[in-house]
Every structure is written in C-alpha cells, then in structure tokens.
Ligand binder design. Structure first.
Ligand code: GRF
Length: 187
C-alpha cells in the first residue's frame, strides 16, 4: 500500500463529492486516505457515507464559526490529519483557520472560476447566456473562491438547459474532477 496522506473532508449536504473521493481513495495508488469527515449540519446526507465506509466522523452543528473551527482543529490534530478537502461545505472558513493549518486546503466550486464565485452559479451562467459552464478544484485562500486553480472541467450549456439540468450535468463532472485534482496535487 502506498503511503497515503491522512485527509479530512468537510461537508454540509448530500456528500456526492465525498462519495467519489472515498471511492477513489480505496484504489491502491490513490495518494490520500480519508481519516475523518466533519459536517457542520446535523442532517447532512453525506454522513451516510461515513457510516457506510466506517470512516470516523464528527458533527459540529449549530455552533458559531469560532467554536466550529476550534472543535474541528482539535479533532484534526488528534487524528493527525495532513490535508483537508471541502466538498459541498457551506460555510466560509476564517483567515486564522486557513493559516493555522500550514498545509493545503482545497475546494470544489461549480463554475469556471474566476467566473461566478459564490452562490447560484448555474442560474447566473444561464442568465448571462454563457456558452460554457463547468467546475473548478482550487486551493482555499483567505478570499472566497479565489485560491490558485488546480483543475477545471468545462461543459457546454445547451439552449434547453435550466439551472437544475446544468447543476446535474456539472455535478457528474465534479465527481471525476475532484479525484483527478487530488491525483495531480500529489503526482
Ligand atoms: C457541489 O456542486 C459543489 O461544487 C458545491 O456544492 C455541491 C455539493 O454537492 N460546492 P455534494 O454535497 O458533494 O453532493
């Protein structure tokens, strides 16, 4: 078994990207293993995957940002985590949290950054009559959705696309892009 980097994933929702990372991490040559999952929402459906694959998890919900980060850092240190992936994590991390790590944090965003930072990316891309949309895996910096880009994947926006159909189409690409970006980082 290769020496895999002990990784934590932060989630808030469905966890479909978490699932694709977990599945890849079970491949012999994949560079990371998931040693911890942290959710900031009690009812995050992604917790299902933590249970299914017997991965340690913590739910730190209904906390202010400071307390969430304090508890997370404590758990991350306890479990000797060396890398952090945000996957549908719907909260902004403080500058001090990002700096505390001294190791990389990455995120996936459903747009072709630097276009459409923030929320409602699919709707805004359609309203602006963009020909292409897509997704981006990037390093997390202290500015929202602005860290260095690792990998992007484009999809064509068709005339009949709605925000919902585009979201589905992009999500499928995200599931390929996130593991590919992790491979790229550690190659
Ligand atoms: C994805 O579209 C991701 O790009 C965005 O939030 C969504 C999360 O989906 N940040 P899931 O929880 O991984 O299914």
């Amino acid at each position: 078994m290769v020496n895999k980097v002990n990784t934590c994933v932060f989630i808030s929702g469905n966890g479909s990207n978490l699932k694709s990372i977990i599945k890849s991490s079970r491949e012999y040559n994949f560079p990371i293993k998931i040693g911890l999952i942290i959710s900031n929402k009690t009812n995050a459906r992604g917790i299902y995957y933590a249970k299914k694959y017997s991965i340690p998890y913590k739910i730190f919900s209904n906390l202010n940002q400071k307390d969430f980060e304090r508890k997370s850092i404590c758990e991350i240190k306890k479990r000797k985590i060396k890398f952090l992936c945000l996957a549908g994590f719907l909260s902004i991390l403080s500058d001090s949290f990002i700096k505390t790590f001294g190791f990389n944090i990455i995120n996936i965003h459903p747009s072709l950054l630097p276009k459409y930072k923030g929320l409602n990316t699919h709707k805004r891309a359609i309203e602006n009559k963009e020909k292409f949309a897509g997704c981006t895996v990037h390093y997390v910096s202290t500015k929202l959705d602005s860290g260095k880009i690792i990998l992007q994947k484009k999809v064509k926006i068709k005339k009949k696309d709605t925000a919902i159909s585009l979201k589905k189409k992009i999500l499928k690409k995200e599931h390929q892009l996130y593991p590919a970006a992790i491979r790229k980082i550690f190659s």
